[in-house]
Design a protein around this ligand. Sequence first.
Ligand code: PLP
Length: 435
Amino acid sequence: MSTERRLSEEPREFGFDTRQLHAGQRPDPNTGARAVPIFQTTSYVFEDPESAGAYFNLQEYGNTYSRIMNPTVAVFEERVGNLEGAAGGVAFASGIAAQTAALFTLLEPGDHVVSSAALYGGTVNQFKHLLRKLNVELTWVDPDDPAAWREAVRPNTKAFFGETIGNPAGNVLDIEALATVAHDHELPLIVDNTFATPYLCRPIEWGADIVIHSATKFLGGHGTSIGGVVCEAGTFNWSNGRFPVVASPSPAYHGLQFHETFGMYGYLMKLRAESLRDLGAALSPFNAFLFLQGIETLSLRMERHVVNALAVAEFLESHELTSNVTYPGLPRSRYAPLVEKYLPLGAGAVFSFDCAGGREGGQDLIRNVSLWSHLANVGDAKSLIIHPASTTHRQLSDAELAAAGVGPGTIRLSVGTESVDDLIWDLDQALDRVR
Ligand code: PLP
């Protein structure tokens, strides 16, 4: 046997750039198609009643119905799970649906969640209203203060929740410190990694148990589709006595004990077989296909996003009409040590700043930009701009706005991959008009 052959037979850990193109997929065995085919089908023909029964009993893993699983969606799930270093993933129709399902799977009425107060406004709304309707209590804590998280734990606490890079305050979560506090209390740490993407940070490597994405943002990367995904490390002990909802026989699945039966895949199986089945927020195969196109270039885009974001942040920091530039990648940022630890390749591309003139100044700036698109999204290859107090964070009280780091003149940017000089030129001329 030649040396060359022996080497190629050694198991190899492929790099991120390779896995973002290949993980979870082989060329289609029936057609040879190299791209991931779009399996636009609701259902799958069973071979016989016995195999159909085995699928529905979860004794064998096979396609049944596209609300629960689909081969195109499965490649997307496996690819994100792989890039995050997770046991696997389950996709949803949106990022919000993903976090609803992630929590539904482990919560019961009467439970309690501890959450960072600096979150995407839609998540704040969801937690405040939906969780209350489900009789789940919530404590908001300062994301920067691990002691506050520890003090907030109660006997009925079931999870910690935070964003790797907060939207839009740009705070960086001390994932390792919070995972330690969570695990001291036998709780899972859930991290929304939307703004960092697995290219810039993999929370599981720092102790997080569940990672959530709005794939709508950088994973898709082109502003075409809404979707989300939940990944789980597969290492959390759901049988520690605190989570009968995951570990005990499930009345919603004829008495199946998910953790005991599926071990490291127990939570993910329950997430799919019960939460996705019952909430019904399935990702469409076409959107999964578009997300896969985006992920193929994730690292390349993120490299440009972070270079452009830093240049725009530096420009704004030096401008006399702007203040409070929250880009955590700036050397003077209070988060610089956390960026060095968790985000060594760059601190993402979404941040905010305050425009002189308060609400009117901020709105004037938005009126006068031409290249930046005024819209409610982030993570597009194109540069985006918005005034959170009148849009994404509109439902929040003043106190909640302040906790989320949003002032009346705050502007949020999602810096795209255009020629950075053009982006700075456009902001500069718009600021001149504010003046
Ligand atoms: N998480 C973060 C950090 C977000 O910014 C968003 C949306 O902006 C979401 C979750 C919700 O995702 P989706 O809009 O895909 O439901």
